[in-house]
Design a protein around this ligand. Structure first.
Ligand SMILES: Cc1cc2nc3c(=O)[nH]c(=O)nc-3n(C[C@H](O)[C@H](O)[C@H](O)COP(=O)(O)OP(=O)(O)OC[C@H]3O[C@@H](n4cnc5c(N)ncnc54)[C@H](O)[C@@H]3O)c2cc1C
Length: 461
């Protein structure tokens, strides 16, 4: 039996950040992982995806270059080189992470872990006991049950694909589906995606999602079929025939590649949680606001393993919070109100805080304005054909409840609203700032509901 103060099961963003903090406090720490450490984000998520998005964005800019007086001649894409470039970022991750664990003096134990008691796990038949155990095992692609489900590829697969498919079929219409859908549509793939939900990107502000869908259809010919279920996937040679059903109507769609982007449930099925008296539900490990298991206070969960907000910075933030709560005794409640999330389409759809509907559902009297900014000078001179914003504020205090931006710069500018929500900066205070011009951020004060002189200033700008 090996005894530690703290064990992180999972060497991704959540596990590594927690382990580092506890170790720096002088405690004995181990990280257990059954695969490659370094995080989904760095290996098969955020970073490699952003490499692909950037290449497709550049391709889009090159295609539009003549609008700006620049002739480029014939453009050829060598996607295999894009994947090579991606690998320059992903390849070193695991070795670098292992090295950093070693240099901190954290034990890395490779293998599958299972709870055998409230404070004890077994890895490869060896028992490890700790005062605190963090479940940071992340998530995995949803297992769908239909004929031919095993013919689908996960996001790991499409990130390694060296030749874009002629026709790409995506099961799901969430963030990952939108991002890969746009990347491959820009490379020339005919993209179709389906969702059983009434609309795509269900948790985002509907006005801006509609704008994204219209843009994706009009500019990139992406079809998004809502209220549609998959019946089967059958392979015929190199092709796939996909049967889908919508409102009782069955149709067949042909594709060369089928991507499973139907969400990622927590990866906790093999942990024997019941032996550790750790409660779980359909979303993941059930935790309180201090990230402790509600049924076993020695156990914490962070990141995708409890599925509250599946984002990389959230995993690291929660890993840190769990570590501090372990070391100092429930000193930090987690809060998600001011954490922005981005759909990395081109342009990006960025969101923070509440939608208009969710603010009203909470009983608030709100002012909400949707601004179409494409003709505003900063967007027009940049040659942007789409730019929208919707900001939701409290009608009485001017407190910012939520902001949703779709357009160039949205992924950076959303942080101004995140800061406003986090530190209680009101709409009036945001308006009172002087913004550098001509920047996309300089448009933001005019997106805040009820601004006097908006028209005149916009024309002048
Ligand atoms: C295609 C894609 C794109 C994404 N893009 C973004 C983005 O742009 N921005 C963003 O913020 N987020 C993005 N995400 C989400 C982000 O990657 C995750 O939310 C984040 O990495 C989760 O971190 P984690 O620490 O919870 O889990 P992970 O980083 O997945 O780490 C979990 C670790 O646990 C290990 N493990 C699992 N089960 C066991 C077990 N039984 N025993 C031992 N070890 C185990 C795994 O091997 C892994 O190393 C993306 C995700 C995907 C799939």
């Amino acid at each position: 039996m090996r005894v530690y103060d703290f064990i992180a099961i999972g060497g991704g963003g959540a596990g590594i950040s927690a382990a580092g903090l506890v170790k720096r406090a002088g405690r004995r720490v181990a990280v257990v992982d059954h695969g490659a450490v370094g995080s989904l984000c760095a290996l098969n998520g955020c970073n490699p995806k952003k490499v692909l998005v950037r290449s497709s964005e550049l391709l889009d800019e090159v295609h539009r270059a003549s609008d700006f007086g620049i002739e480029t001649g014939e453009v050829r894409v060598d996607w295999s080189r894009v994947i090579d470039r991606k690998e320059t970022f992903t390849r070193p991750v695991t070795a670098d992470t292992e090295q950093s664990l070693r240099s901190l003096g954290i034990d890395l134990i490779q293998g599958d872990s299972r709870f055998v008691a409230a404070d004890e796990i077994s890895v490869n038949g060896q028992s490890l006991r700790a005062e605190g155990i963090l479940i940071a095992t992340g998530s995995m692609p949803r297992r769908l049950k239909f004929e031919g489900a095993d013919l689908m590829h996960s996001s790991d697969g499409i990130l390694a694909l060296r030749h874009p498919p002629r026709r790409l079929f995506i099961v799901g219409a969430g963030v990952v589906a939108m991002e890969f859908g746009q990347v491959f549509a820009r490379l020339g793939s005919k993209v179709t995606m389906i969702t059983p939900d009434p609309r795509a990107l269900l948790e985002h502000e509907p006005d801006l999602v509609d704008a994204l869908l219209q843009f994706s259809k009009h500019e990139l010919n992406i079809d998004v079929l809502a209220r549609t279920n998959i019946g089967s996937v059958r392979s015929e040679g190199d092709e796939f025939n996909i049967e889908v059903e919508s409102d009782g109507r069955v149709q067949c769609i042909e594709a060369d590649y089928v991507l499973n982007a139907a969400g990622r449930p927590p990866s906790i099925d093999d942990l024997a949680l019941e032996a550790g008296n750790v409660e779980r539900n359909g979303r993941g490990v059930v935790v309180d606001d201090f990230l402790r298991s509600r049924t076993n206070h020695q156990v914490f969960a962070a990141g995708d393993a409890h599925g509250r907000m599946e984002l990389s910075p959230v995993a690291s933030y929660e890993g840190g919070a769990a570590a501090r709560n372990f070391l100092e005794g429930d000193v930090e409640r987690v809060s998600y109100d001011s954490i922005p999330s981005i759909v990395f389409t081109v342009p990006a759809l960025a969101t923070v805080g509440w939608t208009e509907a969710s603010a009203r559902e909470r009983g608030h009297d709100v002012s909400a304005v949707t601004s179409d900014m494409k003709d505003w000078t900063v967007f027009a001179t940049a040659g942007e054909s789409i730019a929208k914003a919707k900001v939701i504020i409290d009608s009485h205090s001017g407190r910012v409840f939520g902001a949703h931006l779709f357009g160039k710069g949205a992924d950076e500018n959303i942080h101004m609203f995140a800061m406003a929500i986090r530190f209680g900066i009101s709409a009036d205070e945001l308006r009172s700032m002087v913004y550098a011009y001509p920047t996309f951020a300089s448009a933001l004060p005019y997106t805040l509901p009820e601004i006097e002189g908006k028209q005149e200033l916009r024309k002048a700008g």
